[in-house]
Write a protein of this length. Structure first.
Ligand SMILES: Cc1cc2nc3c(=O)[nH]c(=O)nc-3n(C[C@H](O)[C@H](O)[C@H](O)COP(=O)(O)OP(=O)(O)OC[C@H]3O[C@@H](n4cnc5c(N)ncnc54)[C@H](O)[C@@H]3O)c2cc1C
Length: 349
């Protein structure tokens, strides 16, 4: 027999962590489930040391520090957390799965009428029973898009890196960065003051980053190589990385000698699980209504995994979505729920 949570949040990125805090503040019996060994999602794994400047009230914080602050905030309510737990399927529960049959709790709520016993989540660590589900799985399991040239696999993580885990280790080095989006530009600007030299390589003349970042890049001492593609990698006699750059037009190659190459071609996401959850999707994103309700009753979704008219994939938006979705989830269980209290009324008392 399983304990049945009121809300199970799937995904421990910024959206899921803030939702867990807010669910705790609303007094919900909440469980947070994360497939990897640590909370934090993209900021913690993809850009731990990159600064984030567009979160209300915080004038700059890096990915690791944001994760720490979210964890500290969640600690007010100490939600139950299960790490290394990947949700594979979401099935309607039967009354025999549960200690408490939801029908006996409140049979009149809309979600209970549509799905009387809530859900059973099948994970790689066993089953979870829950009345409602809040999906916050972001882009799913991310993997960086790889460089399209051959090189020895042992260079991965050493000479060729896809994720910066330790900015300090790059101090004083000569670096090449490949890519033309926000991430490549952000890294070039973050590293230019620490590194000996930074070369930015992009296959187009124009960068795809924020206009203000591109303007800053052009004023900086980053060496820009456009429009070029990386045609080959080899080692020099003194064990440095030689990067052969082929022009997109013409045939005058350029040659760089660097300590490391940071490849920033974005991430390919793996939405395998999501496709099995029988939710209405649009381009592999979950469609939701104004209360972040999905096409299945009692299942809500927020953060990068959702789409709706005007959706922008930003942490600030995910933070705004969380209280609405948690409130809507709680109202499907407790229709007479009163207006949410302000935080000081709960935390300060
Ligand atoms: C390089 C880069 C720079 C960025 N810079 C900024 C910025 O400056 N400002 C900004 O606002 N945004 C920025 N973003 C975007 C921001 O990081 C995302 O909008 C944000 O992380 C979305 O949060 P999320 O919680 O929805 O998803 P994620 O951060 O993707 O977290 C999802 C979590 O769910 C887990 N998960 C996935 N599937 C399962 C499953 N089946 N079971 C259990 N757990 C699962 C994943 O492991 C992950 O931990 C940037 C993104 C990148 C890649």
């Amino acid at each position: 027999m399983l304990h049945q949570y009121e809300i199970t949040i799937v995904g421990g990125g910024p959206a899921g962590m803030f939702a867990a805090f807010y669910a705790g503040m609303r007094g919900a019996d909440v469980l947070l489930v994360e497939s990897t060994a640590a909370l934090g999602g993209q900021p913690a794994t993809q850009y731990p040391q990159k600064m984030i400047y567009d979160i209300a009230g915080i004038d700059g914080v890096n990915g690791v520090a944001l994760t720490q602050r979210l964890a500290q905030q969640m600690d007010h309510f100490q939600p139950e957390i299960r790490l290394d737990t990947r949700v594979d399927s979401i099935n309607p529960a039967t009354g025999t799965d549960l200690v408490v049959d939801w029908l006996q709790v409140d049979a009149n709520t809309p979600a209970a009428k549509a799905n009387p016993h809530g859900y059973i989540l099948q994970t790689n660590q066993g089953s979870i029973a829950t009345q409602t589900v809040l999906i916050a799985t972001g882009g799913g399991a991310f993997a960086p898009r790889r460089l399209a040239v051959d090189y020895p696999t042992e260079w991965d993580g050493q000479r060729v890196i896809y994720t910066v885990r330790d900015v300090a280790a790059l101090t004083g080095q000569t670096l090449a960065i490949a890519g033309g989006g926000d991430s490549a530009i952000d890294w070039a600007l973050t590293l230019v003051d620490r590194a000996q030299d930074v070369h930015l390589i992009h296959r187009r003349q124009q960068f795809r980053g924020l206009e203000s970042s591109v303007a800053q890049l052009k004023q900086s001492r980053v060496h820009i190589h456009t429009p070029f593609v990386i045609d080959g990698l080899s080692l020099t006699a003194n064990d440095q990385l030689a990067v052969d750059l082929r022009p997109v037009h013409g045939d005058e190659h350029e040659h760089l000698v660097v300590d490391r190459l940071l490849v920033n071609y974005g991430f390919a996401s793996d939405n395998k699980q999501l496709r099995r959850w029988e939710l209405a999707l649009d381009h592999n994103l979950v469609t939701v209504d104004r209360l972040y309700q999905t096409s299945r009753p009692g299942i809500f979704a927020i953060g990068d995994v959702v789409t709706y008219p005007g959706k922008v994939k930003l942490i600030a938006n995910a933070f705004g979505e969380a209280p609405i979705a948690v409130d809507a989830a709680l109202r499907t269980i407790h229709p007479d729920l009163r207006q949410p209290p302000h935080s000081a009324a709960v935390i300060g008392k």
